[in-house]
Design a protein around this ligand. Structure first.
Ligand SMILES: [Zn+2]
Length: 248
């Protein structure tokens, strides 16, 4: 109660909302610039069970923005180091980690148990896979990405429009769009991760989904935030598959 007292004090956030956080299972895909911050905020807020997955080890170039890591952690697995940090921050939650990539062989097992998946990974292939599995298993997803001075965020849940509706695979498969190629300011992924974690708390505690059918775009040079409404793409194979499965 003391640990979460400032939250429970909030108008509109009571013990019931806090209990919902405690019971929640959340998977965080990618423990980089976005995943580090999102995971830490959810651990501090009291999300009861957090699972981390990332196959990468920590490199010196990560430390500029990935706030879960220090110089001493270089060479170790990101998910393992981050899991240890979360337990130090909040020993009252459960934390699990996987030092592998999310793939078609482990995705169903990992995602089926979740109430919410938070994607902050660094490649399109994983993003499409996460979206497809969340849709198929009817698990909510909040997808966040950041590059350069820009970030974006939206939510997928139930029969809402999905990642592939917004970014059809045939148009968005350019893997050269990455931090390795393009660069990223230290703050950009942390702004977007904070918004992602915030949305996760709204959803888990209060069942609110302001970013359903809505893409939030954050433009770091002007500090403007815009909202782009989007709908189902009638050609989206993921939504077609899930709507026909529901019809059966
Ligand atoms: Zn879709």
């Amino acid at each position: 109660m003391q640990l979460y007292s400032r939250q429970i004090l909030l108008d509109g956030w009571d013990i019931e909302a806090q209990e919902k956080l405690k019971l929640a299972n959340v998977l965080i895909v990618g423990c980089g610039g976005i995943g580090c911050t999102t995971a830490e905020l959810l651990a501090r807020a009291g999300v009861g069970r957090i699972t981390l997955i990332d196959a990468d080890t920590i490199e010196i170039s990560n430390l500029q923005r990935q706030i879960g890591f220090t110089q001493q952690d270089i060479g170790y697995y990101k998910s393992e180091v981050l899991a240890k940090r979360l337990k130090q921050i909040n020993p009252y939650i459960e934390v699990e980690f996987f030092t592998e990539q999310l793939s078609s062989s482990n995705a169903v097992h990992l995602i089926a148990a979740q109430d919410l998946v938070l994607d902050g990974c660094d490649n399109f292939e994983t993003r499409y896979l996460v979206n497809a599995q969340c849709k198929a298993l009817n698990v909510a997803l909040i997808s966040a990405s950041a590059i350069g001075f820009k970030g974006q965020l939206f939510m997928v849940a139930g029969d809402s429009a999905c990642y592939e509706c917004l970014f059809p695979k045939r148009q968005f498969s350019d893997e050269s769009v990455s931090c390795t190629e393009t660069g990223v300011l230290a703050t950009t992924p942390n702004v977007i991760a904070s918004l992602q974690a915030h949305h996760a708390l709204l959803y888990l505690g209060l069942n609110q989904m302001p970013l359903l059918y809505t893409l939030l775009l954050w433009e770091g040079l002007t500090m403007r935030q815009r909202f782009l409404r989007f709908d189902h793409d009638s050609n989206c194979p993921i939504c077609q598959a899930t709507s026909s499965a529901n019809a059966v």
